[in-house]
Ligand binder design. Structure first.
Ligand SMILES: Nc1ncnc2c1ncn2[C@@H]1O[C@H](COP(=O)(O)OP(=O)(O)OP(=O)(O)O)[C@@H](O)[C@H]1O
Ligand SMILES: [Mg+2]
Length: 465
């Protein structure tokens, strides 16, 4: 409403200014015209000596102009007066002072009342100059009414024109507003959806202007929000899983420790053999707990750090020989054929030897744990370009394809029942992968069910030792 009032005010002011301009334009034109004609009369006066001829010519001019022409002499007395038909009354009587400006050499332009003359007139008066002297004054006038009428009709035209323009502008702006607000409304809907937690909604971007840019940045924001929220949700899920995994891993040994120690304290276990068995179990589970906590802290430190401390040149052949040597007796015990092949004795990497041993120990330990008696574990070291590949292969049951991508996750165990007793914590491969990554290397696995598994550690070689 305020805008409409404002527009109307602007319109009124502009029409007012315009109509004033129209008025002065038309008055000016008329004045120019009359002055020109008055100068014509002046020329006639100067060129004609006979006053009859002058009178006749002025009469014709007055008829032609539809105006009254008066000529005054230097004393201010009227010498000639030629009226037209329009003039029912007597011609205007000018007071002597009225022509003062003309006698001073100037022109007079006047619109409105003169003396007691009954109608408004438009009048001009010019001097006649002969031999550098002002000898006469020529006055031309006509009623003002027709001029005013002309002004009024022009004013009307401009008023209606302005109104029409306004109308068209309003219709056009409503149309433009509609086409502009449509995408804005859609954006509003998307913003609303985002506020309600529905992320990722998109608006169609149709134009390349500011509105289009706004739409695409809204789309961008929506998409980014969706990704961020999903990432947060994933992280949250991982955290929850982690907490429940840890609690699960802790509960089993704690239950064993609690119930066995209660049984002993309650005096329920009489036989020394049985009591020893209980105590052994308690010790075993305590060790398990300690190992779990140690591994967790270890993994946490590895994940937080970007580099490893205590880096040195590590001879890979030696590393492989030492770590696999540690498993010789276990392999023999399980009747597993443990085979080591070193293809290049000189290969060296830059690394933390204890950490690399940890990786090898877990891989070989896993392989032996998953191999049946009579089976075989092959450890091989070979150079490929500027990398060294250490593979640990077994001919155990292998890893099902749907599980293979998960084995690197913390606490992940393919055979869930193995969490008891001799089973590990499921942190080994997560730790191993992180260690290898911190060495600038990678660790991969290939396996087919029933065909065993091959774990391959790939590390960059340092040659210039
Ligand atoms: N050579 C293998 N053959 C078959 N499955 C394997 C082999 N190595 C690992 N896995 C599977 O991957 C899981 C994860 O191994 P990982 O070394 O991380 O944990 P873990 O050996 O169970 O416990 P930890 O190493 O912490 O004592 C194992 O529980 C097992 O299910
Ligand atoms: Mg393991």
């Amino acid at each position: 409403m305020l805008i409409v009032t404002l527009i109307l005010i602007v319109l009124a002011v502009s029409i007012l200014i315009q109509s004033n301009q129209i008025k002065s334009l038309i008055y000016n034109q008329q004045a120019q015209f009359f002055i020109y004609e008055a100068n014509e009369v002046s020329t006639i006066i100067k060129n004609e000596s006979s006053s009859e001829v002058v009178n006749e010519r002025v009469r014709i001019l007055a008829q032609f102009l539809n105006a009254t022409i008066l000529i005054y002499d230097r004393d201010g007395d009227l010498t000639t007066a030629q009226k037209t038909q329009h003039e029912g009354h007597n011609h205007v009587i000018l007071k002597k002072e009225f022509l003062t400006r003309v006698w001073q050499g100037g022109n007079i332009i006047h619109a409105g009342k003169v003396n007691n003359y009954p109608i408004d007139i438009f009048l001009v008066a010019v001097p006649v100059i002969e031999n550098d002297k002002i000898t006469k004054a020529v006055v031309i006038y006509s009623p003002l009414a027709p001029l005013k009428q002309q002004i009024n009709s022009i004013r009307q035209i401009s008023f209606w024109g302005a109104l029409l323009g306004m109308g068209l502008a309003t219709i056009l702006s409503v149309f433009i507003l509609k086409t502009m607000t449509r995408p804005l409304l859609k954006m509003e809907a998307v913003a609303h959806a985002i506020a309600n937690g529905e992320f990722g909604k998109q608006v169609p971007v149709v134009t390349n202007d500011e509105v289009g840019k706004l739409a695409s940045s809204l789309n961008n924001m929506s998409l980014q929000l969706k990704e961020k929220i999903e990432a947060i949700e994933r992280l949250d899920k991982t955290r929850q899983e982690f907490v429940s995994n840890v609690s699960h891993e802790l509960r089993t040994p704690l239950t064993v420790i609690q119930s066995f120690s209660e049984a002993i304290l309650d005096g329920l276990v009489k036989e020394e053999k049985v009591r020893d068995f209980y105590l052994k179990n308690i010790l075993e589970e305590s060790k398990r707990l300690k190992r779990l906590v140690d591994d967790l802290l270890d993994l946490k430190a590895l994940e937080a750090g970007q580099t490893l401390a205590d880096m040195e040149y590590v001879l890979i052949s030696k590393l492989v020989m030492v770590t696999s040597g540690n498993f010789m007796s276990l392999a023999k015990e399980k009747n597993i054929d443990l085979n080591v092949t070193i293809k290049d004795k000189e290969v060296t990497v830059y690394g933390n030897i204890d950490r690399l041993k940890q990786v090898m120990t877990n891989l070989i330990g896993n392989a032996i744990a998953h191999t049946q008696p009579g089976g075989r574990v092959e450890i091989m070291e070979e150079q490929k370009d500027d990398r060294v590949l250490i593979s640990v292969a077994d001919n155990g049951p292998g890893i099902p394809p749907e599980e293979i991508e998960h084995i690197w996750e913390r606490f992940y165990k393919v055979d869930k029942s193995r969490s008891r007793g001799a089973g590990g914590t499921g942190l080994g491969l997560a730790i191993a992968r992180r260690i290898v990554e911190l060495h600038g290397g990678s660790i991969t696995v290939e396996s087919a069910p029933g065909q065993g598994a091959v774990f391959i550690v790939n590390l960059p070689i340092i040659n210039n030792v």
